[in-house]
Design a protein around this ligand. Structure first.
Ligand SMILES: [Zn+2]
Length: 70
């Protein structure tokens, strides 16, 4: 297996494993980090959250804001 030569290694990949993309953390309206995304999956990732979680800092509920995939 050929070893990849990149500077960020896996730390630089988003949660979908898109490497060699610029990645960043998306935060909800309260400043809580939600997920690491890149251009390829930003829409898909954020689409999985309730809009108020992203836009309304006063949101709060008993529901999990994220599906549990464990
Ligand atoms: Zn991605």
């Amino acid at each position: 297996m050929k070893k990849k030569v990149d500077h960020g290694s896996t730390e630089n990949s988003c949660e979908y494993g898109h490497v060699h993309e610029e990645t960043w953390w998306e935060f909800d309206a309260r400043g809580i980090p939600l997920c690491k995304v890149c251009d390829n999956c930003q829409d898909e990732r954020l689409g999985g959250y309730r809009p108020d979680v992203l836009e309304d800092p006063s949101y709060w509920s008993d529901e999990p804001i994220e599906a549990e995939n464990y």
